[in-house]
Design a protein around this ligand. Structure first.
Ligand code: NAD
Ligand code: LMR
Length: 332
C-alpha cells in the first residue's frame, strides 16, 4: 500500500539552497524513494514571484513522489500540518552591517517562526535549522517554541561533517563512502572542531584508524582542521555565493539519517541541545556525534577526549555562549 505523504516545509525556498533542495526532496533523496511528499515553500513578499517560478518548475519536473506544493508568503499557511521543517530562510549579512545587526534580524525571524511552528505544525514535527547563525537560530527557535520537544530541534553541521569526510578521502585517495566516524564538535562557524581521533577507513584488510593511515599528525592537527573550518569562506571566495548544492545535500543527509536511522557502527554530526555530555555546557545547541534509531538521535557517549581536543571543544562552546548572550541582548 502506498505511504501517506509527508509534509516538508522549506523556508527561504526561493533562495539558492532552496532551489537546490526542493528537487532533492521531491525526488526522494531526503525521505526515500517510496515516500510521497507535499512541499510547503515559504519566502518573503519581495521573493513571491521567484517562489512561484520555483513552484512552476516543480510542476514541470513531474516528480512522481510530489503530491502537492504550497508556495506562500504566509507563515501560518506554510507551517500548517508540516511533519518536517527545514529552516533555510534568513537575513544575510550586508555590507556595513555589524554582527549584532544580523543577529538581531535573524533572532526576530526565528522567534516569530518558532511560534508559528509551535501552533500549526504536526505533532512531533522535526526541525532542522540551516540559516546562519544556525546553532543560535535553533536555540532561539527552541526557546520560543516551548511545546516542541527539545529533541525535535536541531541545526545543520552535517555539511561540515561531509567536508571532513571529503578531505580525508582525497588525502588517502579512498572512496568517501569508506571513511566514517569523523566528528564535528560545536558551532557551525570557524571555531568548530573537526575531529578524526575516532575516525576509520574500510580497507581490504579491515577497518583502519585514520590516524594510522595518515601518519602526518601536523596535517591532521593543522591544515585539515583549518580547511574544514574555513571551507564555507573558500566556497564564497570561489563562487561569489555561499555553498548551496552541498548544503542542500547535507540537509537531506541530516533528515534522512534522523528519520530512517544511521547504519550500524556509524555516527554522524548533528547540532542538538546539549545535556552536558562531554562537559559541554547544557543549554547550548552544540554539534555532537550522534546515532539515530526509530526517529530519535542519541549522543555517542564515552569517547576519550585528549587535551588538544578538550581545548577545542571548550573554545567553540565559549563562542556559542557568547552568541547566546548576544541573541538574548537583541531580544530585550
Ligand atoms: P539566499 O539569500 O539565497 O536565500 C535565503 C532566502 O531566505 C531568500 O529567498 C530570502 O528572501 C528568504 N528569507 C529571508 N527572510 C525570510 C523570512 N523571514 N522567512 C522566509 N524566508 C526568508 O541564501 P542561501 O544561500 O540559500 O542560504 C540560506 C542560509 O543558509 C544563509 O543564512 C546561509 O548563511 C546559510 N547556510 C548554512 C549552511 C550550514 O551548513 N548550516 C551552509 C550554507 C549556507
Ligand atoms: C557554509 O558553511 O558554507 C556557510 O555557512 C557559509 C556562510 O557563511 O554562509
Amino acid at each position: 500500500m502506498a505511504k501517506d505523504p509527508v509534509r516538508v516545509l522549506v523556508t527561504g525556498a526561493a533562495g539558492q539552497i532552496g532551489y537546490a533542495l526542493v528537487p532533492m526532496i521531491a525526488r526522494g533523496v531526503m525521505l526515500g524513494a517510496d515516500q510521497p511528499v507535499i512541499l510547503h515553500m515559504l519566502d518573503i513578499p519581495p521573493a513571491a514571484e521567484a517562489l512561484n517560478g520555483v513552484k512552476m518548475e516543480l510542476v514541470d519536473a513531474a516528480f512522481p513522489l510530489l503530491k502537492g506544493v504550497v508556495a506562500t508568503t504566509d507563515v501560518v499557511e506554510a507551517c500548517t500540518g508540516v511533519n518536517i521543517a527545514v529552516m533555510v530562510g534568513g537575513f544575510p549579512r550586508k555590507e556595513g552591517m555589524e554582527r549584532k545587526d544580523v543577529m538581531s534580524k535573524n533572532v526576530s525571524i526565528y522567534k516569530s517562526q518558532a511560534s508559528a511552528l509551535e501552533k500549526h505544525a504536526a505533532a512531533n514535527c522535526k526541525v532542522l535549522v540551516v540559516a546562519n547563525p544556525a546553532n543560535t537560530n535553533a536555540l532561539i527557535l527552541k526557546e520560543f517554541a516551548p511545546s516542541i520537544p527539545e529533541k525535535n530541534i536541531s541545526c545543520l553541521t552535517r555539511l561540515d561533517h561531509n567536508r571532513a569526510l571529503g578531505q580525508i578521502s582525497e588525502r588517502l585517495n579512498v572512496q568517501v563512502s569508506d571513511v566514517k566516524n569523523v566528528i564535528i564538535w560545536g558551532n557551525h562557524s570557524s571555531t568548530q572542531y573537526p575531529d578524526v581521533n575516532h575516525a576509520s577507513v574500510n580497507t581490504p584488510a579491515g577497518a583502519k584508524a585514520v590516524r594510522e593511515l595518515v601518519s602526518d599528525d601536523a596535517w591532521l592537527n593543522g591544515e585539515f582542521i583549518t580547511t574544514v573550518q574555513q571551507r564555507g569562506a573558500a566556497i564564497i571566495k570561489a563562487r561569489k555565493l555561499s555553498s548551496a548544492l552541498s548544503a542542500a545535500s547535507a540537509a537531506c543527509d541530516h533528515i534522512r539519517d534522523w528519520v530512517l536511522g544511521t547504519p550500524e557502527g556509524t555516527w554522524v554530526s548533528m547540532g542538538v541541545y546539549s545535556d552536558g555530555s562531554y562537559n559541554v555546557p547544557a543549554g547550548l545547541i552544540y554539534s555532537f556525534p550522534v546515532t539515530c534509531q526509530n526517529g530519535e538521535w542519541k549522543i555517542v557517549q564515552g569517547l576519550p577526549i585528549d587535551e588538544f581536543s578538550r581545548k577545542k571543544l571548550d573554545l567553540t562552546a565559549e563562542e556559542l555562549s557568547e552568541e547566546k548572550a548576544l541573541a538574548y541582548s537583541c531580544l530585550s
